[in-house]
Design a protein around this ligand. Structure first.
Ligand code: ADP
Length: 546
């Protein structure tokens, strides 16, 4: 017997419709590439998204066509999020920090029909224009006054002309919620980037889950600033969450340095911001140097890479900003776990709380997880035993776009498909998962595993260290031993011996790195993660040579 409730497809367009109808005068504030601050409302955004949809129809865009973007976090990008997906086409956000060859590959592989771009990325667009076989025109996301005169791009259109040239008279079509809405490629540190194609249904379910109190805890009383880019896994879903709950949105555009972020956080009275640890380190340095404090920020979600305990402590104990540590992946839309406390954690000392919060957190409803040993058997949730982390759920990838990337799923004895994340983790009795490493970064010393993340956390809590990366270096006796690459803070003094002595009593003696190499910087990838494969190439023979 079927239930007797109304049928309504879960569609992206319903989010902006809701935001317009129920939170129409709530603001969206953006720092623009043109240099100024732009502000308008959800109602304005909805009107312009419908103009975008009409413009796309006039350009001949049909359902399921992929439309690329190379753009910062801003209101025009938001209009495209809703205009493109809402009319039934597929929003394809491209990460401009990828190598130009990868960008050309991705646009070609996705068969993008049009590419919208912020002016910052004009040189990139010039570099790929001749290499993308399917792109019919490039649209600069600016007005006529700022449009470059001699761009050298034959088929260049102006966003404002295009949008304002069309009527807002448009009714969002109704279609199957399993229809694709967004395409994101993984960053492809090894091999070609792989396309993950989200559906309207998976994105809506992810939005509900992300907004919940024990997830990102968002409401109409929030002012949300996503530092995490809209070109990387939909800014962790925040442009959707804000519409669902009616929160004010603040977009930082290209201003991601500590000072620009701080100015915007304060001017717009932001309550909640989201970003990767490296961005927050820049902001915290700016606060420290200027003796500044936050007047409105209450909490922040940190993910994408492990949050160093030093960052957690500074935010919470130094500035009264609650830290939510989250874990996810492009293949998970991206949210998997969030480190929200349980009632039993209330009476804990700050140190005990920090230890819980340093873990990547509990599964949000919708995501199930398990850890497996080398023999494929499920491992206990004791907080100590580590193994391969697998997940499943309605917003987890089933297949990569055009099947390029192999079959991602592992089928268990009950014929259920599980996605192997490539991460190594423990899970404790409360269900808190902790990433100890990516499987390709783990250090295998004499057959035993050493967690590079744990070593990095200790090193980066030394007062003289700005950041640290620990890699497996070849060793004649133990096969691999940890080698620590460290970046000193400006003007700070510390020797390798002093830094190694700092590990005493903090981890097992045999986990202590064999050597320290001070470097000026560590290489970061397109999503803010340390490129350990590059470091390994450069330093893997270091211990053999010394
Ligand atoms: P990529 O495109 O580089 O794969 P993703 O953002 O999808 O980018 O990366 C997902 C990976 O990032 C995870 O598998 C995990 O290794 C790492 N990661 C994400 N969040 C965290 C976190 N909070 N702590 C540790 N690692 C994390």
């Amino acid at each position: 017997m079927n239930g007797l409730m109304l049928q309504k497809q879960l569609l992206i367009s319903s989010l902006i419709e809701h935001a317009d109808r129920h939170h129409g005068d709530t603001e969206i504030v953006s720092r623009r590439v043109e240099g100024d601050i732009h502000r308008y409302t959800f109602r304005d955004c909805h009107r312009r998204a419908r103009q975008v949809a009409n413009a796309l129809v006039s350009l001949g865009v049909r359902a399921s066509d992929r439309i690329g973007t190379l753009a910062w976090n801003g209101y025009r990008h938001m209009e495209l999020y809703y205009g493109i997906s809402g009319m039934g086409a597929v929003m394809h956000t491209i990460n401009p920090r990828l190598h130009v060859d990868q960008i050309a590959y991705i646009a070609d592989h996705a068969e993008d029909q049009y590419l919208f771009f912020d002016l910052t990325f004009l040189p990139l667009v010039k570099a790929i224009a001749g290499r993308c076989r399917t792109i019919r025109a490039f649209i600069a996301m600016t007005d006529r006054a700022h449009l470059p005169q001699d761009s050298g791009i034959a088929n260049l259109l102006c966003y404002e002309d295009l949008v304002e040239g069309h009527s807002p008279d448009y009714t969002w079509p109704d279609f199957d919620e399993d229809t694709a809405c967004t395409l994101c490629y993984t960053s492809g540190t090894t091999g070609n980037p792989k396309g993950v194609l989200y559906s309207h249904r998976s994105s809506l379910l992810h939005t509900f889950a992300a907004a919940m109190p024990d997830a990102l805890n968002c409401s109409a009383r929030d002012v949300i600033l996503p530092v995490v880019p809209m070109f990387h896994v939909n800014a962790w879903g925040l442009p959707y969450v804000a519409c669902m709950v009616g929160a004010k949105l603040v977009f930082p555009g290209p201003g991601l340095d500590g000072q620009s972020l701080y100015e915007l956080l304060e001017a717009e009275q932001v309550t909640f911001a989201a970003g990767v640890p490296t961005v927050w380190q820049g902001l915290l340095t700016h606060l420290e140097q200027g003796g500044l404090t936050f007047s409105s920020m209450r909490r922040t979600v940190i993910g994408g890479a492990a949050c160093p305990p030093a960052v957690l402590r500074k935010f919470q104990d130094g500035y009264g900003v609650e830290v939510l540590h989250a874990w996810g992946m492009t293949e998970l839309s991206p949210l998997g776990t969030v480190g929200a406390m349980k009632a039993r954690h209330h009476g804990m000392s700050p140190e005990e709380r920090h230890a819980v919060q340093a873990r990547q957190g509990r599964a949000v409803f919708g995501v199930d997880m398990k850890i497996l040993g080398g023999d494929g058997q499920e491992l206990p949730w004791d907080g100590v035993t580590s193994g391969d982390l697998l997940v499943r759920g309605p917003w987890v990838v089933r297949n990569y776009f055009r099947n390029d990337g192999g079959n991602p799923l592992r089928i268990d004895a009950d014929a259920h498909g599980w996605f192997p994340t490539g991460d190594i983790a423990t899970i404790d009795a409360d269900g808190f998962m902790q990433i100890t490493d990516r499987s390709k970064d783990v250090i295998k010393s004499g057959g035993e595993w050493i967690s590079s993340i744990e070593i990095e956390h200790i090193a980066s809590s030394h007062p003289a260290i700005a950041c640290a990366a620990c890699i497996a270096a070849k060793h004649p006796k133990w096969d691999e031993r940890p080698l620590l690459l460290a970046v000193k803070k400006p003007d700070a003094q510390v020797t390798g011996e002093e830094l190694l002595a700092f590990f005493e009593g903090k981890i097992a003696k045999w986990w202590t790195p064999d050597a320290v190499v001070f470097v000026d910087a560590v290489p970061l990838g397109a999503t803010g993660k340390v490129l350990k494969n590059q470091l390994r190439e450069q330093f893997q023979d270091y211990l053999l040579a010394s």
